[in-house]
Design a protein around this ligand. Structure first.
Ligand code: FMN
Length: 368
């Protein structure tokens, strides 16, 4: 499976894996794909630790980092002022959940994904500080900008460091803006994808983005977990695939046993696009948490990042205490295809074999 992307990043197969888990990132790159670490929730100190670990375990392979930077910079960098913007009815609503589900307080030394949000990368100048840390690691070869077009400052930093830049697009107009900013790669994210996503399906979005930004290469994202789906993405004009959900049930992933069980048990209609987690639409597993935010009594979710600041404590209390009906996690519709725990290597191998079989089948349809 060779496309232009393999030459661009010196990889064997154009299979990109997004994960918050360093083990997945390192293992995907070692298996011939390209791992990308989601670094949005990390503090500077945690980021340095994670990247150093990957550097030591990835051998002679390379990887990328992904930052959640909204199109509009969050100017307010004073965390106390951000917290003060949260209306009392929203706080009362969360307190109601704490009481209803009897959620014990988190221990003082608890380290959850966003538990140190005040020091994490999403506000003020932090994204630039995080990127500067990542750029000091020579095996980091790609920077991915989630949620918007990378600013000229980000483009300058990456170009000076000699690394490639990608950006995610859920609409054609976003992809065109990314191209004008000079990115090397555009990721067309279909509505079935996990995490922040729009509502146009991968099948419809990918060829439109490919045509609109040619010759800039495009990765298709959303709903891709098998070789057949990779073949479909390449048939639509993509030069590779960007995946997330398929790595969740691997032994290497960061999931708790409860989250893993939820993913393996879920069907494709058990995810929902909800603003309840971050304030922007995130596709995630349906649970009581997503249901309560849809009820008539719920306040309107706050804008990003206030909604994360509001909800992170309850989300982490739920995870820590394994409150099954409330547990949720970003996940795409493709989880309906994932029915057993596996390993990163196995996923890669099965994808490649399935892709080959699929190409042979399609080839046979041609009446020479
Ligand atoms: C648990 C999880 C967390 C995610 N968080 C982010 C994130 O912080 N930044 C980002 O760009 N994408 C994030 N995504 C979305 C992925 O980058 C990717 O677009 C998506 O998973 C692709 O669709 P798929 O899940 O159907 O493979 C996340 C995905 C998952 C599964």
């Amino acid at each position: 499976m060779k496309t232009s992307i393999c030459t661009l990043l010196d990889i064997e197969a154009p299979i990109f894996a997004f994960s918050h888990c360093r083990d997945v990132v390192s293992e995907v790159s070692r298996a011939g794909g390209f791992g990308v670490l989601g670094i949005a929730g990390f503090t500077a100190e945690q980021l340095e630790q994670e990247l150093t670990w990957i550097d030591q375990h990835i051998g002679d392979k390379c990887y990328g980092v992904d930052l959640l930077i909204p199109g509009q910079r969050i100017e307010e960098a004073d965390f106390t002022k951000l917290e003060a913007m949260i209306p009392q009815p929203h706080k009362d609503f969360m307190q109601g959940l704490v009481e209803k589900y009897k959620l014990p307080e988190l221990p003082a030394d608890h380290e959850g994904h966003f538990s140190r949000i005040e020091d994490s990368s999403i506000i003020g100048d932090r994204p630039y500080e995080m990127l500067a840390i990542a750029l000091k690691h020579p095996k980091v070869r790609l920077y991915v900008n989630a949620l918007g077009t990378p600013s000229p400052r980000i483009m300058d930093m990456c170009k000076t460091a000699g690394i490639k830049v990608a950006a995610m697009a859920g609409k054609v107009k976003h992809a065109v803006k990314h191209k004008e900013a000079g990115v090397d790669l555009i990721i067309a994210v279909g509505g079935e994808a996990a995490g922040h996503t729009g509502d146009i399906s991968t099948m419809v979005l990918t060829p439109q983005v490919v045509d609109a930004v040619a010759p800039t290469p495009v990765l298709a994202a959303g709903g891709i977990a098998s070789g057949r789906q990779i073949a479909a993405a390449l048939a639509l004009g993509a030069e590779g695939v960007w995946t997330g959900s398929v790595w969740l049930p691997t032994q290497e992933s960061e999931l708790s046993s409860m989250q893993r069980k939820k993913i393996l048990d879920a069907e494709s209609d058990e995810t929902v696009r909800s603003r309840s987690m971050t304030g922007k639409p995130v596709r995630m597993i349906v649970s009581e948490f997503t249901h309560v935010w849809e009820s008539d009594k719920a306040p309107k979710p706050l804008p990003f990042p206030l909604q994360i600041i509001l909800t992170r404590d309850v989300v982490e209390r739920v995870e820590k205490n394994n409150i099954e009906e409330m547990v949720t996690y970003p996940a795409g519709q493709v989880i309906g295809l994932l029915k057993q725990e596996t390993s990163v290597r196995q996923v890669m191998q099965e994808m490649l074999e399935d892709y080959l079989g699929c190409c042979e089948r399609i080839n046979e349809t041609i009446d020479y």
